[in-house]
Design a protein around this ligand. Sequence first.
Ligand code: DX5
Ligand code: ZN
Length: 218
Amino acid sequence: MGKIAPSILSADFARLGEQVEAISRGGADFVHVDVMDGHFVPNISFGSAVMKSLNKVETAPYDVHLMIENPDAYLGDFVTDKTEYIVVHQEACRHLHRTVQNIKSHGVKAGVALNPATPVSSLECILEDLDLVLVMSVNPGFGGQKFIPQAVEKIKELDQIRKEKGYDFQIEIDGGINLDNAKMVMEAGCDIFVAGSAVFKAENLEERMHEFKKILSE
Ligand code: DX5
Ligand code: ZN
């Protein structure tokens, strides 16, 4: 059964608390928190203060996706009782092993994201230390982009490696996921599905969550 992590990047920020409660009621497994700095990606989203404001409402645990340069300087700001994963980009970390250890030292699970042009082999030496690998199926920076199909091959490759080596990292996909392609990606071996516009642009968020949950449980 696949897990769903709606991305609040596509939420209505004027109604953020209410919308996060709705997706959590609808069965969200994680709240996907997209942090962008205008340097690593060509867009600025929001910082830890916005995420922490959600601590006041009933939410699923946070899955924090840091699309920022120098993540070591900021990742401590994103550690809360509700933070399950902190995910950094392979391309943004000069000393990736150190960054992963840094995340774990906060008692949080560590993930690494791969841009569409970054191969799975770039993680070969660190896969056994990871709790999660996030495969980007769009170029990071914006919600609402078209799914890049080559991501499916990366999911299959990661799934095969973890079976062969007995690793237990989760595989997450992010970008362009919708009700039509989620099942196919799950069959490739994916565990966690980020969906931004496909959830938050729906008329009824709770109902949309039920639709996703149904597809991911079949
Ligand atoms: C893209 C972000 C994604 C984005 C997904 O840089 O990392 O999490 O919000 O949005 P959709 O599902 O609309 O592609
Ligand atoms: Zn994301």
